[in-house]
Design a protein around this ligand. Structure first.
Ligand code: PMP
Ligand code: GLU
Length: 396
């Protein structure tokens, strides 16, 4: 007897970013040298003071269950971090620590969306949002943004997408996959519409420390009075502190939401790894010099990658203002042959680039933007140099 897959699970696609990264790893295991610009994860090691805190916690026997929603000391450190950086006012009872920001997003959607509710998702969007929204039974309503608008949601497009079923807006700032950043004024315009239509906003701010050109980050709940009551902020240590494997992320939400998420998590996973939670305390409370250093290195790489794209005739990309992605337009190259193979779509382009030149990227269609490709510049300068030499060769 074949066990039938549930309707909800049948509708969920695997993560394309992780799938491309797995393909690159498979080629590597076969002995190929692969230039991997697919997955978005810092190539730096986790700073040593953070690893030391984890080792100390382990040696001290802090290896047991913690409170399901996270250690009180960590929740305090998270609130202090947000309150001092942004002038918000969060209490530990509004914070839930989860197994990465991805899990925090799942918890946020699951706790708040009903089947049939509509959630507005500006495209290009990070691969997991649409699938996680669908898992809650709600409907992602994709709103296209344009390269000309820097891939940012305009107030007009936002308002036009609202129906009586709309409950939520998802805003990723800085954006994965486009690297675009909203100014405070742009956020105010969107926030006013959310308030006028009584919507709540999930603000994924996991890349808030990775901002370039001296720009100042505006955290969504701070842009209008009262917004904290209709916002769920998502953040974590994965990107800021090069801690992707430690699996610590969090949400900050109105107390009733945080309370329900705590209950859900106590049934689903219990606490996130106790050792990682001690490491996260050290990350948030320790010397922030490591973050500045990594950010500065990412900015250099951003400049380099933008210059390489600008030098390829027919390719374009808006300037990345934050995060570590560049999202480039490859439409001029579609319909052409490369190495005897006709390239019809962005997926063909990425697969042939991987097969022929051993450079891994992710197709824009996975982010709801066919005709584009995402490259992560969270890779060493040498890797980026060779990868872009090969991309230039591939395009002939
Ligand atoms: N949000 C965005 C925009 C991301 O790019 C990622 C990267 N995986 C996440 C959330 C999840 O991060 P993690 O689960 O590693 O904390
Ligand atoms: N957020 C990263 C990316 O987009 C990590 C992979 C994932 O979780 O999808 O590549």
């Amino acid at each position: 007897m074949a066990i039938e897959i549930s309707k909800i699970a049948s509708g969920v696609q695997p993560s394309a970013t992780l799938a491309m990264s797995a393909k690159a790893k498979e080629l590597k295991a076969q002995g190929e040298t692969v230039y991997n610009l697919s997955v978005g994860e810092p190539d730096f090691d986790t700073p040593s003071h953070i690893c030391d805190a984890a080792a100390k916690a382990m040696r001290e026997g802090k290896t047991r269950y913690t409170v399901a929603s996270g250690l009180p000391e960590l929740k305090e450190a998270i609130c202090e971090y947000h309150n001092t950086r942004f002038g918000v006012d969060y209490k530990p009872s509004q914070c839930v620590v989860s197994n990465g920001a991805k899990h925090a997003l799942h918890n946020a959607f699951f706790a708040t969306l009903n089947p049939g509710d509509e959630a507005i998702l500006p495209a290009p969007y990070w691969v997991s949002y649409a699938e996680l929204i669908k898992l809650s039974g709600a409907v992602p309503v994709v709103v296209q943004t344009t390269e000309q608008d820097g891939f940012k949601l305009t107030p007009e497009a936002f308002e036009a997408a609202i129906t009586p079923k709309t409950r939520m807006l998802l805003l990723c700032n800085p954006s994965n996959p486009t690297g675009s950043c909203y100014t405070r004024d742009e956020l105010v315009a969107l926030a006013k519409i959310a308030v006028a239509h009584n919507l709540f906003v999930v603000a994924d701010e996991i890349y808030e420390r990775l901002i370039y050109d001296g720009a100042k980050f505006a955290s969504f709940p701070t842009v209008l009075d009262g917004l904290q009551d209709r916002t769920i902020v998502i953040n974590g240590v994965s990107k800021t502190y090069a801690m992707t494997g430690w699996r610590i992320g969090w949400l900050l939400a109105p107390e009733n939401v945080a309370k329900k998420v705590s209950s859900l998590q106590s049934q689903e996973t219990s606490n996130p790894c106790s050792i990682s939670q001690y490491a996260a305390i050290a990350a948030l409370k320790g010397d922030q010099g490591c973050v500045d250093q990594m950010r500065a290195e990412f900015e250099k790489r951003r400049d380099y990658v933008m210059s390489r794209i600008a030098a390829i005739p027919g390719m374009s990309a808006p300037k990345t203002g934050g995060a570590f992605y560049v999202f480039f337009n490859i439409q001029k190259f579609l319909g052409q042959e490369r190495g005897g193979v006709k390239i019809e779509t962005d997926s063909d382009w990425c697969l042939q680039l991987l097969q022929q030149k051993k450079v891994a990227t992710v197709m824009g269609s996975a982010f709801g933007a066919p005709g584009y490709v995402r490259a992560s510049f969270a890779a060493s300068m040498e890797t980026l140099k060779t990868a872009f030499d090969r991309i230039a060769e591939f395009l002939g």
